[in-house]
Structures are given as C-alpha cells and as structure tokens.
Design a protein around this ligand. Sequence first.
Ligand code: SIN
Length: 488
Amino acid sequence: MTIQLNDMGLLKTRAFINGQWVDADSGETFAVTNPATGELLAEVASVGAVETRRAIEAAETAMQDWKARPAAERAQFLKRWYALVMDNQQDLAKLMTLEQGKVLAESVGEVAYGASFIEWFAEEARRVYGDVLSLPQTDRRGVVIKQPVGVVGAITPWNFPNAMITRKAAPALAVGCGIVLKPASETPLSALALAELADRAGLPAGLFSVVPGRSSREIGGELTSNPTVKKVTFTGSTPVGKTLMKQCADTVKRTSMELGGNAPVIIFDDADLDQAIQGALISKFRNSGQTCICANRILVQDSIYDTFMEKFVAAVKDFRIGNGLDSESTHGPVVTAKAAQDIDAMVKSAVEDGAQVLVGGQIDDQGECFYQPTILGNVNDQMRVFREEIFGPVAPVFRFSTEAQAIAMANDTEFGLASYLYTRDIGRVWRVSEGIEYGMVGVNEVAISADVIPFGGVKESGQGREGSKYGLDDYLEVKYICMGGLNG
Ligand code: SIN
C-alpha cells in the first residue's frame, strides 16, 4: 500500500542518528504492516547495538552545549516542536491509525495529547528550582541545585505511538538531557515523523536520536548496559520492565518504569448508573482495550448488577469494529494477530471455568487482528481475566456486596496503576480512594490523563511519574553544595 500524506516528508523509514537519516549498518530492514488490512506499509531500517552506541555518544556530546544554554532557549525549541506537531496533526494521526489500528478520531486525539506534553514541559523548563539550607555552622550555607541526569535511553510502546514518546522526550530535553529512543517495532513511523519535526524545529544534532529495530534485546541491551546512559525510561509490560531494571543494575542507572495495570472500576449502588456505564465503556474499550489504564475488572455492587449488565451489554452491541480510517468504525483492530489470539485464549480459559459470554467472545470475520468487543458474566477472582492484564476489548464484570469487599478485591493484585470508582457518597469517596493501592484514582471519571497530572503506578505497575510538575524530577539529579568561609 502507498501511504498518502499531505506532507510526504513525514514518512521516514531510516533511523535518525546524530541528526542524520541513516540505514542500518547491516542494511537490514523490518516490515511495518497495517493491522486492519495486513498490508505492508513500509520497510524500516533495523539497527542494532553498534548504531545505538553511536547515538548514545552523539547524545552525550550534544548535551554538553544544550544543558549549558538558558532554559528559556530550550523552551523555545520545544515550543516550535509543539507547533509543528499540531500543524501536522492530521498526517501524524493517519500514520498512527495505519500502523497501530486505532480509529482516526482517537489518533487525532492522541497527537494533541502527545503535543500537550511538549507544550507543558516547554513551560516547566524554566521552573527547575533549588534550595538554600541553613546549616548548623554560622560560616556556611548549603545550596541545593538540580542538574540534568545525563543521557537518557527511552523504550516506548506501540499502544500510544506518539504520546508515550513526547511524555519522555519533552522533559528530558527541557532540562538539558540528550535522549536515544527505541520505538516499538510495530509503530516506528510515528516516532520517526516526530524526529523529523524535531529536526525541522531546529533541535541540535544528536540530542534526540531514534533507533528503530527488530531486536529489542540488542538495542535495549545497549541502552541498559552502556555506562554513558544515566537513566532508562520504559513504558510497557511488567515482565520486560523487570528485566530492564535488572540490566540497569550493573551500571546503577536511574530508571522510570510505567508498567502493566489491572484497573478496577468499582461501581457502588448509590452511583449515577448511566454515568458509570458510560465511564466503564470509555475506559474499557478506548484503543480497543489496549491501554495500561484501561478498566480491566469491572466490580458492580449486587443490588444494581443486573440493571448494569442489561444496559452495558446493549451499549456494546452498538459498537462497530472496522478499519480505523473508516469513519463508521467505533473501534479498530488490536495490534497483531498474536495479540488477538492471546485475548481469545484468555476468554476461552474463563469460559472453560464457567464464565458466560454475554456479547462478542471471538476473533471477528473481518480479519485476524479484529477481536469482538466482549462482556463476560459469571466470572470469579480465580480466573485469568481477574488476575492478568487483558489488553484487549474484553470486559469481565464481577459482583461485590460491601465496600470492604470491593476494596479487598481491588487490591487483590500485584498491579497498582489506575483505578476508578463511582459513588455519590463523599465519605465513601475518601475511604475508598485512600484504601485502594493505586497511583491514580478516578472518582466518577475515567478520563484522568492529561499533561498536568502525575501519571504512574505503585506496586508492580512501576515507579516514577510522567507529566505534571513532578515529571521533571525524573530527569534531574539533586546536588548539594556546601559554601564555607563566609565569616570573612
Ligand atoms: C498507557 O496506556 O500507558 C497510557 C495511557 C494514557 O496516557 O492515558
């Protein structure tokens, strides 16, 4: 298939290293395909450890001048990058839908969401503050300054091919770091288009390199072992995050990990039911369920369970899955045929253990990447759909009777990223929000993401926060300077 964009200069298939578009040293490429049609979209350069090392060295060199510049100057670059991303919103969204599958309206929304991090950190760049300490000795003062952590290695996922990059690159660049990015091999085109726009915005060569490649192990191995890299930031699954953390231990790198989730949506019998159903639909089926903060377990109080189910099932029956470029489609495919098979295996395992399929429940005739939006009833806490991250359009709905039981069920997982609750009782809002072990809680609201919020999890969902005023700290080191001899 030929990709048609308004600006064909955004379609890049080579790696971007030290300000140059380059092929892999080996000449190797890998295929990027459209999950909706199976068609080949592009062959992209597949680089390895050697090219990654070159990118790291270039970042280290480039950041020496970059970090010495006034923050306002770095902010100017970010503002130009932000404007270019928004000017090219439609092309970036189309590329995203083609390689990832999400419906175009969601891609358009993600480009704006991704751009918002660039704008936010352009503003925050000038707000890196230190402290003056009063020491026990009268002839001394303590000063605390913050400095860029050093070269950052970033590994980003396919589910948000734009925003997960800008949420890492913008704060890193804002404080004066250089960054080497390994995008997911399913969605390198969005990453390379972002690099092209950063280049057009005037980013000095070497500060932001993109190293696409088939072998995550090779590129990730270099990013996690190279002593010049001082910090690794990753968004993806918990098992991969654990491996990266172990690899980073040898050179004692800083890490930020945004890992898997198992979000509960707790719906109490005093909730505004229609609002809760709407929230559960949005949270569960956004990006066809391929979001770390997606509703994974919907917990509904006994007395409203049947009414909830009736309305929830009716709403899902109205969904229309199809090619994300088709304006009639409400939901697109999942990212690969393997992903669809994994989702199907989880549904089948629940059914074998007694779950009831109320709608959907299989791979759709439209193609190997299309999984039908599915609701499961008669589920229990021993099933994989309770214990594991589903990462697909499957909604298991569990019953609970008391507030204490709901909190216990919500916490019965090793994950702790996002959580949601629906109730009109203000006391319950506080009790439950404080009682559940999650990094983020949405109260009567599931659209919790934004540039200004500290996004991140607890337990095995990760560490560190992205976005918000806290997001800069992940790219800064604290340095204490003791100034003595002040008494003359
Ligand atoms: C994610 O799935 O990790 C990102 C979701 C978001 O930022 O809203």
